[in-house]
Design a protein around this ligand. Sequence first.
Ligand code: GRF
Length: 205
Amino acid sequence: MLEIGVLVSGRGSNLEAVLKSIERGSIKGARVAVVISNDPEARALAVARRHGVKAVALESRGDSREAYAAKLAKALTENGVAPGKGLVLLAGFMKILPGSFVDLYDGRMMNIHPSLLPAFPGVRAQQQALSHGVKVAGCTVHFVVAEVDAGPIILQKAVPVLEGDDEGALSARILRQEHKLYPLAVKLFAEGRLRTEGRVVRRKQ
Ligand code: GRF
């Protein structure tokens, strides 16, 4: 059984998409063992509880980045999401993780980002896309490396930018695709169908 830990800070809609995928049996041989948020008020914690998943608030309170990452690694490990064994999903997690933590979960930590990376890394990616005037936007699931939003790309999905789009409209169109893409990436990982060569992720049939 693949034990998954999900790190969140906000709404939790991607978390919920993964949970539903597991519940309906689309993702087999995996379960979400724990959901951890740096923000005790995050709606994602309520989403976890609603699905019967352990929800943990782990505030950073002035901790250094390293000290906070050590707390995270401890909480994950205690809940069965051990380095080299479990899978960590960043799902709207708004804290930057240090290299030491990234190394611990090397090749076993994913993130979802609402742009077609490497375009528009960082915050408000959808607004960045609109301001740039691109005609195609989208989302990316990638393995996490120390550099933000820069790791090997697992899956991408494009969506059109339509005349008259504002940040909300474009974000909603992208989010609908995120909810399909993240569960699919987890499913491929759980089935052992992802192989990384350098920065290229290959999908085994
Ligand atoms: C999503 O747009 C995701 O791509 C980005 O943060 C947002 C999280 O939304 N990393 P939610 O908390 O999953 O609803």
